[in-house]
Design a protein around this ligand. Structure first.
Ligand code: AMP
Ligand code: MG
Length: 496
């Protein structure tokens, strides 16, 4: 076996397979990958390599490239695809499952400061069909893989819990969508790939033992301290409720729209997962719908918090065999206060307030209403607000109705006077809270078009700036302004 393979693969465990192999193919199926033809690396995520203790040189080797392109002929790994079901757009969709994803194993990573080891799922997305592919081809096009690769890192850079990706591979394998495109693979790295829909799957099949075994697996892997506790299942749902509330509050504060908040796209740990037709807000618009197939706007920007709760309800229902309904309801009741607490905290911080006061709700709501009316760019506004004391004109000029902004700004400045911090102190905190760079659709599109011509430099440039979105990156200043006019013509759907 090749040395480079060895260093990587010898660290891969497969606890999921070990735990569930005796229950037949109830929880997963063993699969075979279908390698891509003439693979090339589009990008390697050096930051993540470092975090996982992987040598970027090893990852970039020829043998690793082949492995990442789905050629497992030289390694001794048994990839598996997980089954799950889910509610899609509010309707029970029945069985889904990893139709184009396979977990190669779980990488054991020892923390530098603690004795604790953590397992990270290493999953290939786009390496061929699985028994859950239904009528699809098991492939992922370069376009959507670039979007997922960049956005998951952007979210991580913004401090939002998310899956990540180790590398992105392009190939000469053709895929047929509206037109012929090239097939890619993404190596997704996640603390867990278990979804709300994983639990729903067994609940609706009337397999309570399987629901319990799955919950026990999650607890033993992620919350070993709870194993012997009577309220471990209650802890689990409460934890999922809290983390989901926090994640969605962060989405709202940063202006992120997921686009396909089906229960099969919701992680049991509250990590952002399954990037498809997502979008960041350009101008502030609470009715923003990023997925053009979502004609009713079920997953519009402003609906995300309530959809989060709807999805948690679906999860809680699937745990009815484990917990009395009153306990599930108690857990669900923590959603709204957690969401509001995190959201208000984040919005206050964006405004440079040291703490949230009840009266700040009006300040925040008035601002958002004004931004919506004036179609003010969400990210640009908050970034420029960091410099308010130096230059009030620039932020004011973002509004059509500047007098209306002046009225709001007067109240805001009075509020700032009630705290002790200096302008420069406030500005410094705000600059670490309000990103300079987000992944606007047009940026991803620019990188995609270049990559489709074989030039991967823009993917790597965007990766670099999005991994530290609060920093300046002067060479990428052109990505820090308003989107160009053509951005409005980009349409994103589920086709990927
Ligand atoms: P998504 O909308 O990406 O979350 O996918 C919904 C379901 O469709 C999941 O079960 C996916 O695995 C499956 N799926 C999406 N695209 C493909 C594809 N090209 N081949 C096989 N399965 C797919
Ligand atoms: Mg999905």
């Amino acid at each position: 076996m090749n040395e480079t393979h060895f260093t990587f693969t010898k660290r891969l465990k497969n606890t999921f397979l070990e735990v569930f192999k005796d229950t037949g193919d109830l929880h997963f199926v063993a699969v075979k990958s279908q390698p891509l033809t003439n693979p090339v690396f589009v990008s390697i995520n050096n930051l993540l390599c470092e975090k996982l203790g992987l040598d970027a040189g090893v990852i970039s080797s020829e043998v690793m490239l082949n492995l990442m392109a789905g050629d497992l002929s030289e390694v001794n790994l048994q990839p598996i695809s997980l089954v799950y079901s889910g509610h899609q757009f509010g309707v029970w969709a029945g069985q889904l499952g990893d139709g184009r994803a396979m977990t190669l194993g779980e990488l054991e990573v020892t923390g530098s400061t603690t004795e604790e080891t953590q397992l990270w799922d290493i999953q290939l997305k786009g390496a061929g069909t699985t028994p859950y592919s239904r009528f699809a081809d098991g492939r992922a096009v370069l376009r959507s893989s670039i979007r997922e690769y960049l956005c998951s890192e952007a979210m991580h850079g913004l401090g939002i819990a998310t899956t990540r990706a180790l590398c992105l591979v392009n190939s000469e394998t053709p895929v047929y969508r509206e037109e012929v495109e090239s097939a890619a693979t993404l190596c997704r790295v996640a603390r867990s790939h278990i979804r709300f829909g994983s639990f729903e799957h067994f609940h609706y099949r009337n397999q309570p033992e399987a629901v319990k075994n799955l919950a026990d697996y999650v607890i033993s892997r992620h919350f070993p301290d709870w194993i012997d506790e009577d309220d471990r299942y209650g802890n689990l749902i409460t934890h999922t409720v809290g983390e989901t509330a926090k994640m969605i509050a962060q989405w709202q504060a940063v202006g992120f729209s997921h686009g396909v908040m089906n229960t099969d796209n919701m992680s049991i740990l509250g990590d952002t997962i399954d990037y498809g037709p997502f979008g960041f807000l350009d101008s502030y618009n609470p009715d923003f719908i990023c997925n053009h197939t979502d004609t009713n706007g079920r997953y519009s920007f402003k609906n995300q918090p309530s959809v989060g709760l709807w999805n948690l309800n679906a999860l809680a229902t699937s745990l009815l065999s484990l917990l009395p309904s009153e306990l599930l309801v108690d857990a669900l009741k923590t959603y709204e206060p957690t969401f509001l607490q995190v959201y208000r905290g984040l919005m206050s911080k964006k405004l440079g307030l040291e703490e949230y006061r009840d009266s700040d709700e009006i300040l925040i709501n008035d601002l958002l209403a004004l931004m919506a009316e004036n179609q003010v760019d969400y990210t640009l506004f908050f970034r420029q607000l960091c410099y308010l004391s130096e230059d009030q004109r620039e932020v004011r000029n973002l509004f059509i109705d500047r007098e209306a902004f002046d009225v709001w700004a007067k109240v805001y400045l009075q509020r700032l006077e009630q705290q002790d911090s200096s302008d420069s102190e406030r500005s410094a905190v705000m600059l670490q809270t309000n990103p300079k760079y987000i992944l606007r659709n047009y940026m991803a599109q620019t990188a995609i078009e270049k990559a489709q011509q074989g030039d991967y430099s823009e993917v790597n440039l965007l990766l670099e700036i999005l991994q530290s979105p609060f920093e300046e990156h002067p060479h990428a200043n052109h990505y820090a302004g308003l989107p160009p006019d053509w951005a409005e013509t980009i349409s994103v759907s589920c086709s990927s």
